[in-house]
Design a protein around this ligand. Structure first.
Ligand SMILES: *[C@@H]1O[C@H](CO)[C@@H](O)[C@H](O)[C@H]1NC(C)=O
Ligand SMILES: *[C@@H]1O[C@H](CO)[C@@H](O)[C@H](O)[C@H]1NC(C)=O
Ligand SMILES: *[C@@H]1O[C@H](CO)[C@@H](O)[C@H](O)[C@H]1NC(C)=O
Ligand SMILES: *[C@@H]1O[C@H](CO)[C@@H](O)[C@H](O)[C@H]1NC(C)=O
Ligand SMILES: *[C@@H]1O[C@H](CO)[C@@H](O)[C@H](O)[C@H]1NC(C)=O
Ligand SMILES: *[C@@H]1O[C@H](CO)[C@@H](O)[C@H](O)[C@H]1NC(C)=O
Ligand SMILES: *[C@@H]1O[C@H](CO)[C@@H](O)[C@H](O)[C@H]1NC(C)=O
Ligand SMILES: *[C@@H]1O[C@H](CO)[C@@H](O)[C@H](O)[C@H]1NC(C)=O
Ligand SMILES: *[C@@H]1O[C@H](CO)[C@@H](O)[C@H](O)[C@H]1NC(C)=O
Length: 826
């Protein structure tokens, strides 16, 4: 598409056809031949009366996507299940299980068959059914067949016409909701389809957490614990375009890049929600996880794992009873659950695997109520003692007792063997039996919450009741000593850390202490901005008053050593169009970065801000060029190629001369694996994300090129690409610009506030570049180096093709990209 000035042809960006075709053809024919060779002569996706499924046999759906057979969720036990899994991905993720609660002991003697009454049944060694479709009556066995479809749906169908479905697994979900399935309620029969999570990662038995349409009849989805006994999350009612508590659906309603269609149908006979994926390549699933959260995931080949795009409830501790009985949930701890003092994990192996729902067991039995059922003997109950835990959100199921004092409250609890805890704040609350959903608020910053006294056997406390005073004395002395020691150690460690830090970091980076930065920013008082990765504060270095921007990173789980390594790499990158990193701070879990401060703030304020000046066309063009040069440097000229991953106007800063500087590069590496999750779920980012973020193919520098193109459109128009007019109609500017480009009249594309003061030659060049940058296929997009050359006018540019995704906007169906933007992380 590009030709150098002076007639020398350049290789077109769009050329993908010339790419080694003979070899490719050969490869394809090879694969086809292999495929034919491997294909069995009979339909291998069907169970018939004459061909049951047994032992290691596996049925594979026609397109090869799903497989049906016996499997074992863990190797250590003799528990076998009949289930459906993804056939093409290495970890064979299960999507459905027939005999969830009734494992078989031996697959060789068990079979999935068509019974005499035409039902599909799973028979054990004794030929008795452990599971059945249980629908047909009185038809002949040979008139039905079971078929595994390429959607992951297992159907019982009429043998003479498999389009006639008598039963389907899509009406009987397990923990997974696949595209095409309907999650809802039949209003005539009252039957509901619900997702029920597995009990443990190695146990498909229905667990405690489920998702279903509100049994109360409202048009919302709810997550509940133990049937419907406790609801802990709801989507809010359907308002036509979204569920009211899932506003990200509305934000993405107009997203032309959406690969998903979501809709809620409230019909005469049934209400249901369904979703579908455009294009066959993407594997997605909705699953009620063992963690009690609903998760929407996409398979990412390059990472060989499922990547989370969206989940609810966001806070792990909002899931009811996630840590089980006598567990404590702390949102910012890893793992979130721990056992109360005096308790240990009831199922240690599961606990280590991240499944905490079994909760904790008492290490030492209480004097009374310890399972013996003995009534309290006044003498003995005195031996039980209480451990005070401060800063907790109390479970809501306490009962109030009339007590005049804390001591009375304690006695009231001691007086009943089933009482396990009390809390007194002027009124006395008692808890009986299991203590569920206790939440530690220490780390939450507010320090709020109450204290609760947990009943423990006396032997859990060292010594016994008679030496209470002595113990208190010792404790006081011990605490004092510990505090003094801690202070001394902290001072020493800080000093040595500081010295080490200064020594270890090469180049010009300074290692700051947290205290330094607190002083520099006046205790983080002046906030410049914030995003999903943390907030930015203004400050000035005490030494020379240099203005700086201090970024407090959130959610960095990287260890200190790795963090330092990454930071020193970023510190070596210097370019006139890249923000300079001046220093950093890493203390315990705190991670901060110190950057040069840009007096004119970020580009979005100048493009979309109301009031104030309007950026001239010349300034805009120079900014576009500057960003392109900065990115080109990151992509091509650094020692290690850096993909920015988050190019948007908010991340372009302007210096006092309005020269552009790219901020936040290298964050992707600092954040590690969490980055893509946060990025793809962050509000305000989605419009800039290349399709490969969503399809799950590998992310290359071309993802930045895409985001750059989207931003370039905004630089031209001076407004956001997606805007909803007063009439509710959605306007997608890039599509408009592309149309104007084809019509050869770009005047309407330029920001009206410029009143026509723009070099139309430059406008056309910028529009063409932007349009090339946002092509669906990475191979078709130019490199940043090429973009620089075109914008500099060194290279001519051909008319770009219309990106496929631009056409999608014409699609009248009400599609929603569910996960495209989480509500801002609050
Ligand atoms: C079970 O064993 C197979 C092969 O021996 C192995 O590939 C698989 O990872 C094991 N699964 C578990 C859960 O240990
Ligand atoms: C089949 O359904 C009936 C009621 O519809 C129920 O009583 C019976 O237990 C079911 N049988 C099996 C094997 O699930
Ligand atoms: C089904 O079985 C019955 C008796 O076993 C036989 O008469 C009939 O022809 C069979 N039908 C088919 C379609 O095979
Ligand atoms: C199979 O059943 C479907 C749905 O009932 C019907 O539309 C189709 O015509 C049938 N095909 C044949 C071959 O009978
Ligand atoms: C949702 O709709 C139901 C009736 O359909 C209504 O009773 C309920 O108040 C609504 N909930 C909210 C939060 O508006
Ligand atoms: C779950 O609910 C059932 C009744 O619906 C009840 O019998 C059972 O005890 C509950 N389980 C727990 C752990 O509370
Ligand atoms: C609902 O069910 C009734 C009775 O089965 C049927 O007559 C009607 O057509 C159904 N409505 C829809 C929209 O399917
Ligand atoms: C202990 O408390 C439970 C729950 O409030 C109550 O049901 C039970 O009767 C009490 N037991 C005694 C001995 O007071
Ligand atoms: C004590 O706690 C209860 C519930 O936890 C609350 O309703 C009450 O207002 C509190 N009383 C005081 C004096 O804080």
């Amino acid at each position: 598409m590009a030709a150098a000035r002076g007639g020398r042809r350049r290789r077109p960006w769009s050329s993908s056809s010339s790419c080694g075709s003979p070899f490719l053809m050969m490869l394809i024919s090879c694969l086809l031949w292999l495929h034919r060779e491997a294909a069995p002569s009979l339909a291998a996706d069907t169970v018939t009366v004459g061909r049951p499924l047994s032992g290691g046999q596996v049925l594979v759906s026609r397109g090869g996507k799903f497989a049906l057979g016996f499997f074992q969720p863990d190797n250590s036990s003799q528990r076998w299940y009949m289930g459906i899994w993804y056939n093409k991905i290495p970890d064979h993720t299960k999507v459905w299980v027939a005999n969830r609660g009734a494992p078989l002991s031996d697959p060789d003697t068990s079979r999935l068959a068509i019974s005499a009454d035409g039902n599909m049944v799973l028979l054990d060694r004794a030929r008795s059914p452990v599971w059945s479709t249980n629908v047909t009556t009185g038809v002949a066995a040979n008139s039905t067949v079971g078929v595994i479809l390429d959607t992951g749906n297992l159907v019982l169908a009429d043998a003479s016409n498999t389009s006639v479905v008598l039963w389907q697994s899509f009406d009987h979900f397990g923990d997974t909701w696949l595209p095409g399935g309907r999650l809802g309620r039949n209003k005539l029969t009252g039957e509901v389809t619900r997702l029920v999570g597995w009990k443990g990662y190695d146990d498909p038995t229905p667990g405690m957490f489920s998702l279903e349409l509100d049994p109360g009849g409202a048009s919302q989805y709810v997550m509940s614990w133990n049937g419907s006994s406790r609801l802990y999350w709801s989507s809010g009612n359907w308002t036509g375009g979204m569920f009211s508590s899932v506003p990200e659906m509305m934000a993405s309603n107009a997203d032309p890049l959406s690969l998903y269609t979501f809709n809620y149908v409230d019909g005469e006979n049934e209400s249901y929600f369904f979703y579908d994926v455009k294009g066959e390549v993407v594997l997605t699933r909705f699953v009620v996880d063992v963690t009690g959260q609903i998760k929407f995931m996409t398979w990412v080949d390059s990472a060989a794992q499922w990547v989370l795009f969206w989940s609810e409830p966001k806070a792990q501790c909002d899931v009811y009873s996630i840590c089980g009985a006598f567990g404590v949930c702390a949102e910012d701890a890893l793992p979130a659950c721990s056992c109360l003092r005096g308790f240990h994990a009831r199922q240690p192996r599961r606990w280590l695997q991240g499944d905490h729902t079994a909760g904790c067991a008492r290490s030492t039995a209480l004097q009374c109520g310890g399972g013996s059922g003995a009534q309290p003997a006044a003498q003995k109950t005195k031996s039980d003692r209480f451990f005070v835990m401060p800063n907790v959100n109390l479970p809501t199921d306490g009962v109030t007792a009339a007590s005049a004092s804390a001591r009375d409250c304690e006695l009231a609890c001691l007086g009943n063997c089933s009482c396990t805890a009390y809390s007194y704040n002027g009124s006395c609350s008692l808890w009986h039996d299991d203590l569920i959903s206790l939440r530690d608020t220490t780390g939450a910053g507010n320090g709020g919450g109450r204290s609760i006294s947990i009943r423990l056997a006396a032997s859990e406390f060292s010594g016994n009741g008679n030496t209470k005073k002595l113990i208190i004395g010792l404790v006081v002395a011990g605490v004092a000593a510990a505090v003094i020691l801690a202070v001394v150690v902290t001072v020493l460690v800080r000093r040595s850390r500081r010295l080490k830090a200064l020594r270890r970091v090469e180049g010009s980076l300074t290692a700051f202490t947290y205290r330094d930065l607190q002083v520099a920013t006046k205790s983080f008082s002046e906030k410049l901005g914030g995003g999903a990765f943390g907030s930015v504060f203004k400050g000035s270095l005490p030494a020379d008053g240099t203005p700086v921007a201090v970024k407090k990173l959130e959610g960095v789980r990287q260890g200190e050593k790795q963090f330092r390594a990454e930071v020193s790499t970023i510190g070596t990158i210097q370019h006139v169009n890249l923000i300079r990193l001046l220093g950093f701070c890493t203390e315990r879990t705190r991670r901060l970065l110190v950057y040069e401060h840009m007096p004119n703030g970020s580009l979005d304020r100048h493009l979309f801000g109301h009031g104030g000046g309007v950026l001239s066309w010349e300034a805009r063009y120079q900014i576009a060029l500057g960003v392109a040069r900065g990115l080109d440097y990151l992509h091509e000229k650094c020692r290690d190629c850096i993909i920015h991953c988050d190019i948007k106007p908010e991340n372009i800063l302007l210096d006092d001369a309005f020269a552009a500087k790219v901020a936040d590069f290298g964050l992707a590496k600092l954040m590690g694996r969490d980055f893509s999750r946060v990025l793809t779920t962050m509000r305000g980012t989605v419009g800039y994300l290349a399709p490969e973020w969503i399809t799950g193919t590998a992310i290359t520098t071309k993802a930045d090129v895409f985001s750059y193109g989207m931003m370039l459109f905004e630089i031209i128009s001076g407004r956001r690409n997606v805007e909803q007019g007063q009439d509710g109609a959605v306007d997608f500017f890039p599509a408009t610009a592309a149309r104007l480009l084809f019509d050869g009249d770009l005047k309407g594309a330029v920001d009206g506030r410029l009143a026509g003061n723009a070099d139309m030659g430059e406008v056309e060049r910028a529009c063409k570049v932007a349009c090339w940058c946002v092509q669906d296929s990475e191979a078709t997009r130019p490199s940043m180096g090429m973009v620089v050359q075109v914008l500099e006018g060194l290279v001519d540019v051909n008319a770009p093709p219309m990106p496929r995704s631009f056409k999608v906007l014409g699609d009248p169906s009400n599609y929603v990209k569910f996960f495209s933007a989480l509500p801002s992380i609050s």
